[in-house]
Each structure stands twice: as C-alpha cells, then as structure tokens.
Write a protein that binds this ligand. Structure first.
Ligand code: FAD
Length: 514
C-alpha cells in the first residue's frame, strides 16, 4: 500500500503481479535454521524510519547465518518474480530495505555471528556481522580492547551492512574517509546465492561494487573493520558564524590540515537567527547552563547563521592545561563570532552515542516516530555558495523542524572503485535536511520542498549527487551514476544475473538489465 500523500512513489512495484510464493513450502524445502514470520509479524518490515511508504512483504526471514541466506536466495530465484531485500535496522527514508510481496531478510538476527579481533602485521581489525549495530560494535570494542573503528555515522543504531551499502559519513570522514574506506574484507551472499569472501585483491569487483552498492550486489554477512586506539575523552565545541564564506573557509581549513594539526571531528549546521526553540538559537549551546547570548550577534547577521562543530580527542592522563593549550591553538586560527562558543567534555563513547541521547528525548516527546522526509546531498565546493544563497537563505530560511547539517569532505579519502557516486571536486559538502514533521512543515510541504531543491540543483547545473539515493526512473539512476552507470549495471549483472535483490527501487528489476 502506498501512503496517500505521496503521488510519485512505487507505482511499478504496487502494480506488479505478486509472485506465487508459498512461504511454508519455501522454508521446508530449504531446511531453514532460522525462522520465518508472516502476516502481522511482518509489519516491522513494511515500514522504515522515513515513514513515507508502507510496502508489505510476503514474509520476514530471520536467518541463523550465511547458509540460511544463501538457501533463501537460491530458492527465491526459482520462483518467478520473487524479490529479496536485506533489512538492516530499517533506518532508510524511502523504502530502500522493503520489497512488495517479496522476502525481507532481517539481518539483525545475525548480530552475534561474528565478533573477532585480528592483529594483522601489527594493525588491529574487528570482524563483525553485517547485521550488527554500530553502537554495539563501539561499546564492545572499547570495553574489551580499548580500540575503536576510525570512521562513524552521527547516529549508531544503524547496521554495519546498512551503512556500508551507502557510505557511512560523519565528522571523522575528512581524515579517514567514509566507513566504506575503512573495511578491508567482506563476506557476501551474492544474488546467485554464493557465499563469497572478497577484498581489494580477492574478488575485487564484488568488494568494491558492494561498498556503496545500495544492497544490489548481495547481502553483506561479515565485514572486517579497521581499528585504532580509542581515546578516553572528547572536548566537543561549537562556534557560531554570521558569514557563510567565513564558516566555509574555516571548515575547509580544518579538513585540509594534516593529522595532528587539526580537530578530530569537523561538522557544521545552519540555524535560524531567531529564538525558535527547535530551529533557532536554542539549538546551539552544548552547555544549556550558559545558553546563547543573541546580543553578541553582529548586525550583519542574516536570516540564518552557521555553527561549526568540532571535537578534540584526549586521554584522561593528559594534563588539563595541555588540552586547553592545544584546543586554544586551533581555535585561534578560526574567525567565529567572539563570545559565541560553547563546549563540554565527555567520554569518547558518550560523544559517539550523542544522537542516541537525542533519540531518547525525541521518543519521550513523541516526535521520533513521526514521518521523516529527509534529504541528503553531496554538493561540490564550487556550488556551495549558490546553494547557501538560494536554499539556506531563501527556501528553508524559516527552518525545517530539525537539523540542517553542512560540512566538507575530501574526495581523495574516498575510493573511486566503490559504487558511490560523488561530485567531481576534491572538496565537497554533505548537506542533510533532517526534517521532523511534527515540529516543522507538513509531510506534503516537506516532500514538495525537497523536490523543489533537487530540481533547482538540476536546473542550475550544480555538481551534486543525492546521498542515500532513491529514484523512480531509469533516467534518474542514469543521471545519478553518470559515467559509472555502465560499470554499476555490468557489475550487478555479473553477481546477480536474476536481479532478485530488489529493495522497492524499480531500476533494479530484471527488465532493466536485459
Ligand atoms: P536499512 O535501512 O535497513 O537498509 C539500507 C539499505 O541497505 C537497503 O538498500 C538494504 O537493502 C541494504 N542493506 C541492509 N543491510 C544489508 C546487508 N547486510 N547487506 C547488503 N545490503 C544491506 N548516514 C550516514 O552516512 N551518516 C550519518 O550520520 C547518518 N545518520 C543517520 C541518523 C539517523 C537518525 C538515521 C535514521 C539515518 C542516518 N544515516 C546516516 C543514514 C543511514 O546510514 C542509512 O539510512 C542506512 O542505510 C541505515 O542503516 P540500516 O541498518 O537501518 O539499513
């Protein structure tokens, strides 16, 4: 079923004849070690965090491991029109982990299958399940080994397979690249049902195809993730700018500096120059006791202002004055509005779990479960001033009912061999409009505004890509992948000739590959 307020949705999946699958016969024939849910018990798989689509699967499979997944895929390939989608933690926005009348594989049931520390030539790695939550990877790695992955997402109740299928970016990516630049080996059950181990040197087409591959090459059952010593503490700092060019100049200065000569995390966001509790000044202070003093904002301040958010890692044993000195040395190079600075010190784990605390509050206020028509873009440095002038300063100047993130990333930290489509320039920005509709424009208005922004980017010829992409037409996907289109389709066809891994995105149907 399509939710009524969205008219450009999954027409083709809706109208399609459903496969003739008899679930109990399938599970008996393949001797499943895990379990199969049908009827009302599949409800969780018919929705996602976006809350924009409702798409009912035939069954929800809870596999015991790779063997089950392989057998399910092989059985599905024998049933005409049957589709299979992997579901991580269902935090997509546009139904990416859903399939209409098909089989959804719930990867969370495999969380415990892998957790092994490896020391390879003096470097540490952790083998984890594709269905593991990053927050569990974090807490287990830090508490058991004092080690941690290097690159994160802001929010960690996401699965390893779910973020590796997209990219996985946060404020550490300028230094270490996205999460997909921080894995060295994957185990994948391909669209043929083969259980395959791949890396840069072993089945490299499958390895690079799957990284950022939108779940289209197979199901990631294990990932080998690079680790580094975990710091004990983080100083988390926010500073405010009135001028966009000063904000971007400082952010780009920080992300371009060598390791050891910058902060360990760099992000930023846009907020309204008013006292709105969600969109305005109150969204900025990290330390609510000291608040935000709007009297300091220069008269030149426009309708929106900019906040640079940085973090500095240190150890408990470090002398406080040495931490103060190092942080002050970095801050003195920046041109933020003097007096508009806020900071807190917290443990490294608490810092990485900061959005979980926000989630707990949002759940308590009843806003977490409302629809989230989010828009995520990568925009070239050469177009970011235009984007600010038109989108931030005009289209969304009154706020969106949630954070409007903007921070620079370095293309050289990404691997061109993966499936992710990026803008051309070395520095490009992640822009994320994270809408909570219960506090901002309605779903219809939000969806229309997102569409208007994307259409404006296309009309103006901006060098940009959607992050966490979703298109309803082959033309949309071809434009998205550009020069990489042929490689993506050929790679996919070689690992998934039946094209059965179809997460509600019509470009990935068999017909488009023929
Ligand atoms: P799902 O939504 O379940 O699946 C996503 C896609 O991956 C689907 O296509 C699915 O079929 C496929 N998939 C899932 N598991 C596997 C697997 N094991 N093998 C192969 N394919 C698989 N992203 C960032 O990069 N940075 C952020 O800071 C960030 N913050 C977020 C904060 C919130 C509150 C939310 C809701 C999302 C955020 N995201 C962020 C986006 C997030 O990374 C993606 O939506 C991600 O796909 C969600 O992971 P999931 O485990 O819920 O995957």
């Amino acid at each position: 079923m399509r939710i009524a307020y969205l008219d450009r949705t999954v027409h083709e999946t809706d109208g399609e004849p459903k496969p003739n699958g008899d679930v109990s016969a399938i599970s008996k024939s393949i001797d499943l070690q895990g379990s199969v849910e049908t009827g009302d018990k599949t409800t969780i798989a018919s929705k996602d965090f976006g809350g924009l689509y409702s798409i009912k699967p035939l069954a929800l499979i809870k596999p015991a491991g790779s063997g089950d997944i392989s057998r399910v895929i092989k059985a599905a390939s024998r049933i005409p029109r049957m589709t299979v989608a992997a579901r991580g933690n269902g935090h997509s926005i546009n139904g990416q982990a859903m399939t209409n009348g098909g089989l959804v594989i719930d990867m969370r049931s495999t969380e415990e299958n892998h957790f092994r520390l490896l020391n390879i030539n003096g470097s540490f790695f952790i083998d984890v399940s594709g269905g593991a939550l990053w927050e569990n990877v974090l807490t287990r790695c830090v508490s058991r080994f004092g080690l941690a992955p290097r690159s994160w997402t802001d929010y960690l109740s996401l699965t390893v397979g779910g973020t590796l299928s997209n990219a996985g970016v946060s404020g550490q990516a300028f230094r270490y690249g996205p999460q997909i630049s921080n894995v060295t080996e994957l185990e994948i059950v391909t669209g043929k049902g083969d259980i395959t181990v791949c890396s840069e040197t072993r089945n490299p087409e499958l390895f690079f195809g799957s990284l950022g591959g939108l779940g289209q090459f197979g199901i990631i059952t294990r990932a080998r993730v690079k680790l580094q010593p975990a710091p004990d503490m983080v100083r988390w700092i926010r500073v405010v700018y009135t001028e966009f060019d000063e904000f971007t100049r400082d952010a780009e200065f920080l992300v371009s500096r060598d390791d050891g000569e910058s902060f360990d995390y760099v992000e930023g966001f846009v907020f309204c120059n008013n006292d709105d509790p969600v969109n305005g000044w109150p969204a900025v202070p990290l330390d609510p006791v000291h608040g935000f003093n709007p009297g300091i904002i220069p008269q030149t301040g426009a309708s929106v202002l900019y906040c640079l958010e940085v973090a500095f890692h240190y150890q408990k044993g470090d002398h406080p004055s040495s931490v103060d000195k190092a942080v002050a040395g970095l801050l003195k190079r920046l041109r933020f509005v003097e007096g508009l600075k806020s900071q807190v010190d917290l443990s490294y784990v608490e810092f990485l779990l900061r959005v979980k605390r926000a989630e707990e509050q949002a759940k308590a206020n009843g806003i977490w479960d409302a629809p989230h028509p989010w828009l995520n873009l990568f925009i070239s440095k050469s177009n970011i001033v235009d984007f600010d002038q038109t989108v931030f300063k005009k289209m969304v100047k009154d706020g969106i009912g949630g954070p409007m993130l903007i921070y620079p990333l370095m293309r050289s930290k990404w691997d061109n061999r993966t499936s992710v489509a990026l803008p051309d320039s070395e520095i490009f920005y992640l822009v994320a409009l994270l809408r909570f509709v219960s506090r901002g424009p309605s779903v219809e208005e939000s969806v229309a505004q997102n569409r208007e922004i994307v259409e404006w980017c296309i009309k103006e010829g901006l060098d940009f890509k959607l992050y966490l992409p979703h298109y309803q037409s082959k033309e949309g996907w071809k434009r998205h992948f550009g020069d990489q289109w042929t490689r993506f389709v050929e790679r996919k066809a070689s690992f998934d000739p039946m094209a059965i891994l179809a997460p509600g995105q019509n470009i990935f149907k068999r017909t488009h590959l023929s």
